[in-house]
Structures are given as structure tokens and as C-alpha cells.
Ligand binder design. Structure first.
Ligand code: PNS
Length: 169
């Protein structure tokens, strides 16, 4: 690891973002006070079927990043560490919610580190308001007509309503 790589302080914030939540937005806003640039990466998770297409997820994220300087949005379907290598970034940013996240995050961080020791995973603790929310739970509640207003950005709220109305028709 050269010191220059860390000096550029580009962090990749990977996730399924299906869809982006206010908890994710909070991590990005706090992260950009630490890093010079954050690449929000819509990454493929083999264990998840998604509600929104990659293009939809990117658009929903981009619409919320207009006011935040230093944030880019991208997507990747291969190994996360390969994306970091090709983009010259060396930091993975992840949010950590309740203790239940810890094991999953720890496994991923160690697996990524095993593949290349040039990459470090940095965790930001989730904002207290978002501690018990997840994209999965939000979709579950929205799919059966519950309110998720305030847990997701307005554009996501609107798209969830549209999506589930279409699915029910
Ligand atoms: O939001 P998620 O679903 O918890 O994010 C998981 C994600 C997308 C970061 C992870 O599955 C990932 O890194 N996928 C890319 C493929 C990869 O490198 N997998 C090995 C991770 S150790």
C-alpha cells in the first residue's frame, strides 16, 4: 500500500440499495465529511433478488445526491475488490447498524481483506434514527400498504407506492 493511495481518500460505498434509504443517505452525508470522494456503488449481491432494476436504483440514488458534492454513483457486477482496484480506491465504506449486522459485515470485511490487503473497510455507525430500518423491512411494510414515509427519500417513497400498486394490479 502506498501512502498516496490513502492520501486520495476515495471511498467506495457498496450495497444493493434496493432501494436507497434515509439511513444510507445519512452515511453518505457523514462520510463525505471524512473522505474527498465517495463512489456509491450499486453492487451485485448473489443472495438477493431485487425489486428495483440497477438502472432504477442508480436513478433513485442520483436524484438524492444532487446537492452533495464529491459523490458519484456507479454499478458493478463482479467482485467488489476488483472494482476498487480498477478505480484506484482503497477504502470500502459501510454503515453498521445494530449488533445483528456485525457478523455479516465482519465476514465481508475479512473476505475482502483476504483478497487484497491493500483495501481497508471503514465502518460508520448508523444514525440512531435509522438503527432498526433496512431496505428489506421497508419493502415488506410498503408491499402490504404500511407507511414508510420518513424512512426513505421522497422519490423512493413515491416509487415504492407506484411499484407495489402495479404489482397488486
Ligand atoms: O447492501 P448489501 O446487500 O448488504 O451489500 C452487499 C454487497 C453488495 C456489498 C456485497 O454482496 C458485495 O460486495 N457484492 C459484490 C460481489 C463481491 O465482491 N462479493 C464478495 C463480498 S465479500
Amino acid at each position: 500500500m502506498t501512502q498516496d493511495k490513502f492520501a486520495s481518500r476515495v471511498a467506495v460505498y457498496p450495497g444493493s440499495f434496493d432501494p436507497i434509504t434515509n439511513g444510507h443517505v445519512d452515511i453518505i452525508k457523514r462520510g463525505i465529511r471524512i473522505f474527498d470522494e465517495i463512489i456509491v456503488l450499486v453492487a451485485y449481491n448473489v443472495n438477493k433478488e431485487t425489486l428495483f432494476s440497477v438502472e432504477e436504483r442508480i436513478q433513485l440514488i442520483q436524484e438524492n445526491m444532487k446537492e452533495i458534492r464529491g459523490v458519484k454513483v456507479d454499478c458493478h457486477s463482479g467482485l467488489l475488490v476488483d472494482y476498487l482496484k480498477s478505480s484506484g480506491a482503497s477504502i470500502i465504506l459501510r454503515g453498521m447498524r445494530a449488533l445483528s449486522d456485525f457478523e455479516y459485515e465482519f465476514q465481508m470485511a475479512l473476505m475482502n481483506r483476504r483478497q487484497t490487503r491493500e483495501i481497508e473497510t471503514v465502518f460508520l455507525m448508523s444514525g440512531f434514527k435509522w438503527f432498526y430500518t433496512s431496505s428489506k423491512l421497508i419493502k415488506e411494510v410498503a408491499s402490504i400498504g404500511g407507511s414508510v414515509k420518513g424512512l426513505v427519500p421522497d422519490n423512493v417513497h413515491q416509487r415504492l407506492i407506484e411499484k407495489y400498486n402495479n404489482i397488486r394490479r
